[in-house]
Design a protein around this ligand. Structure first.
Ligand code: FAD
Length: 405
């Protein structure tokens, strides 16, 4: 049996950083990856281009994860801000550049370059990486841990678990870490697919397949009618429902609620009374025009026609009665759509829920239940929106674990 100072389980973004930092401290470090191809999720991320991090910093960065999760991540993110992630890649020969929505991508547009750099950095630090080795269980021993493998076992003074969540199971993320951690005394909060396209059964939504909206607000609405999350990011209508950054960002809320309502605001910057005054004035001057002419010009024609139809506001402005006009205004400022579910884990970029944060030391990623045990990356109850936030969190928590394991 082989003994190591540190065994890291899972060679994704979090595990690669954890192993690198442990090895750089002179710890004899083994990184076990069940897939023959480590970092598979990095390769398929960002449409094969890998959005490694964001330009957002400090509080604004932390806020992306919500108040509670952001508070937990504060130490990790402040100790390894996006500029430090960028510097790590640039030093490894991967030039980066900024794109829309504050995203950072490799100039080469190749996720392969990102993964190769991480593997090179780990190897240079002295990490021993074993591919195609699935850990089957993790147990405490008198002086550390025993890890059961398909063939044989290894022991270690410290263990870092970085097995990821449940999303895109074909990449190797099949929730293996949850039962081990439960047996070791940890709480696993309920898990849900997040950052997945939304399934909508309403006919008119599917008929709009192909249109893209920008500059509109999309909100998830709780059972109490209150807004949970609002996003002003692109929305794509598809033959199955809604996709693109805003709908995907809201999918975790929809799943957590077991189905929810989302609401569009097509004219978020405008004051309601000002719109109504403008409409009356427009109708007075252009009575022969149709109600579509009242709607923001930036909206695609098919979207405008649908809004008018839903409001029952067809015909000329001269004949538009107050009731359908008011109804049109209601829809422009708050068109509701019922969303029964997202497309699930097979299409979800991340998992919401995981190891309860109260049980992990936010300054070290060490378990508060089992000394010598560390947890990082998506396995934790952490998920961020689209935009490089999930890699940023995985890198930062992985690094902290490696610095203390
Ligand atoms: C399609 C897609 C696109 C994405 N795009 C982006 C993006 O552009 N930007 C961004 O920030 N985020 C993106 N994400 C999210 C991001 O990829 C994840 O949040 C991040 O990879 C999580 O890293 P991790 O190391 O915690 O887990 P993972 O990357 O899931 O790594 C876990 C590793 O553990 C291994 N493992 C699991 N069980 C065992 C076991 N029993 N024994 C040994 N090894 C095991 C797995 O094989 C896997 O390699 C995307 C995700 C997907 C699915």
């Amino acid at each position: 049996m082989t003994t190591f100072d540190v065994v890291v389980v899972g060679a994704g973004a979090a595990g690669l950083l954890a192993a690198t930092h442990a090895a750089e401290r002179g710890r004899r470090t083994l990184l076990l990856e069940k897939s023959a191809r480590p970092g598979l999720k990095i390769l398929i991320s960002g449409g094969g281009r890998c959005n490694v991090t964001t330009t957002k910093l400090g509080r604004e960065l932390e806020a992306q994860f919500g108040a509670r999760r952001g508070r937990f991540l504060r130490h990790a993110l402040r100790a390894f801000q996006p500029p430090a992630v960028r510097a790590m890649f640039e030093a490894a020969g991967v030039a980066l550049r900024e794109e829309d929505l504050d995203k950072i991508f490799p100039v080469s547009q190749k996720a392969r370059d990102v993964l190769d750099a991480l593997l090179r950095i780990a190897s240079a630090a002295g990490v021993e990486l074993r591919r195609g080795v699935a850990v089957q269980d993790v147990e405490r021993q008198a002086n550390g841990f025993r890890l059961a493998l398909a063939e044989g076992e290894v022991t270690a003074a410290s263990v870092v678990l970085a097995t990821g969540g449940l999303s895109y199971p074909k990449t190797g993320a099949t929730g293996d870490g949850y039962p081990w951690l439960r047996r070791l005394g940890h709480t696993i909060t309920p898990t849900f697919p997040a950052l997945a396209p939304l399934v909508v059964e309403t006919g008119w939504v599917r008929e709009l397949a192909g249109i893209v909206l920008e500059g509109v607000d999309l909100s998830s609405i709780g059972a109490d009618g209150k807004v949970i999350t609002t996003r002003r990011r692109p929305v794509l209508f598809t033959h199955l429902g809604l996709s693109g950054p805003a709908p995907m960002d809201l999918s975790g809320d929809v799943e957590e609620a077991g189905g929810a309502r989302v609401r569009f605001d097509f004219w978020p910057e405008q004051n309601r009374e000002a719109i109504e005054r403008g409409w009356l004035e427009h109708a007075r001057r252009h009575g022969t025009q149709r109600a579509e002419s009242l709607l923001p010009r930036e909206l695609p024609e098919r979207m405008r026609a649908t809004l008018v139809e839903l409001a029952g506001a067809g015909g000329t402005l001269a004949n538009l009665a107050q009731k359908p006009r008011r109804r049109l205004l209601e829809l422009v400022r708050g068109l509701p759509i019922d969303v029964p579910r997202s497309r699930g884990y097979a299409h979800a970029e991340v998992t919401r829920g995981g190891v309860a944060l109260e049980e992990i030391d936010a300054r070290t990623m060490q378990s508060g239940k089992v000394p010598g045990l560390f947890v990082c990356g998506e396995l934790l109850d952490i998920d961020g929106p689209i935009g490089g936030f999930n890699f940023q969190a995985a890198f930062a928590t992985g690094r902290l674990a490696g610095l203390h394991a």
